[in-house]
Design a protein around this ligand. Structure first.
Ligand SMILES: Cc1cc2nc3c(=O)[nH]c(=O)nc-3n(C[C@H](O)[C@H](O)[C@H](O)COP(=O)(O)OP(=O)(O)OC[C@H]3O[C@@H](n4cnc5c(N)ncnc54)[C@H](O)[C@@H]3O)c2cc1C
Length: 286
């Protein structure tokens, strides 16, 4: 067998795993590199109906149900000063083809997808980081690093699914920063947050305030993800917690790089848990 892969993929998140599974099922020789060991924490827990067709095509619904992912039937949007919001249900969508999507604990969800890619025939390498990418006329050469040593990989095509890391975006300096989207989010998981009975208890709730918005995402029967998104500058000025230091560090880092690539900064409230004063038992662990 030739040592050249048809496709090399950087990143084993949902994008990388999906493309790996589909290409492997189509008979391509696929290799995927993921720098972390799964399961690992990730944010991005409330899925939309648009993803359902891909899950059907991949044959994933049964695995999702065995993993215990909650069916999500819609959402609710409310103002911070309101007692109730406006609910909507996916079944009522224009030409709706599904009445539900899923709420997922990403560490579990991403692992199901990555294992599925391997079962579909992709060669999956965890704890292996792509360090260098060099294109040639008829393919691409990678240098990948695991267990402290590097090795070369050759493929005809490359898929960059490295998420916010944007390996190729950084390499070619094409990643853009939007001045009006310098956002930050603070989030944590809680047990015991009140929710309504029935399908209304599966809705993602978005609460809109003047200069920020909150999410409440039911992840399991017990656990809820709660987060807030606001301007980094607003949070910095509030002098709320040790998180400020983290933002300053990230701002400094992006200055050093002379390419503040991220349009938002995702942090996890670990110390004070100000939501903890509003909700039940706080769980930092996902
Ligand atoms: C605060 C916040 C809330 C969000 N909420 C939602 C939500 O409710 N619903 C939703 O659908 N989306 C949400 N998102 C978006 C969601 O997180 C992303 O769309 C999703 O994770 C993108 O998947 P991906 O596979 O492209 O990238 P990722 O999931 O980020 O996966 C990229 C993978 O690449 C790996 N990687 C990076 N660099 C390298 C390298 N050099 N070598 C090897 N591996 C590498 C990383 O370790 C990572 O595992 C949210 C995002 C944020 C920031």
């Amino acid at each position: 067998m030739s040592s050249t892969y048809d496709v090399a993929i950087i990143g084993g998140g949902p994008a990388g795993s999906t493309v790996a599974a589909l290409l492997a099922r189509a008979g391509r020789r696929v290799v995927l590199f993921e720098r972390e060991k799964f399961p690992r924490f990730h944010i991005g827990e409330s899925l939309l109906p648009f993803s359902m067709k891909a899950f059907t095509r991949l044959g994933l619904h049964e695995k999702f149900l065995s993993a215990g992912f909650l069916k999500k039937y819609g959402g609710e949007i409310m103002g911070a000063c309101s007692d109730s919001g406006t609910k909507f249900y996916f079944k009522d969508g224009y030409r709706s083809q599904t009445d539900h999507a899923y709420q997922v604990t990403r560490s579990d969800f991403d692992k199901v997808l990555l294992d599925h890619a391997a079962e579909s025939g992709a060669e999956v390498n965890e704890q292996t980081a792509v360090e260098a990418v060099v294109f040639s006329n008829d393919g691409v050469n990678l240098s990948v690093r695991s267990n402290g040593s590097s090795r070369p990989i050759r493929a005809r095509y490359l898929v960059d699914a490295s998420g916010r890391t944007s390996v190729l975006g950084r390499q070619f300096k094409i990643k853009k920063t939007y001045a009006h989207l310098q956002k930050l989010s603070i989030f944590a998981h809680y047990d015991g947050v009140w929710r309504p009975e029935g399908i209304d208890g599966t809705l993602t709730v978005l609460i809109r305030a003047v200069d920020r918005w909150f999410w409440l995402i039911p992840l399991t029967n017990e656990r809820t993800s709660v987060g807030v998104v606001l301007d980094s500058e607003t949070f910095r000025k509030s002098k709320l917690s040790a998180e400020e230091e983290k933002i300053r560090q990230e701002a400094q880092n992006s200055k050093k790089d002379a390419k503040p690539a991220n349009t938002d900064t995702t942090t996890k409230e670990k110390k004070k848990g100000f939501f903890g004063r509003l909700f039940g038992k706080k769980k930092n662990k996902d």
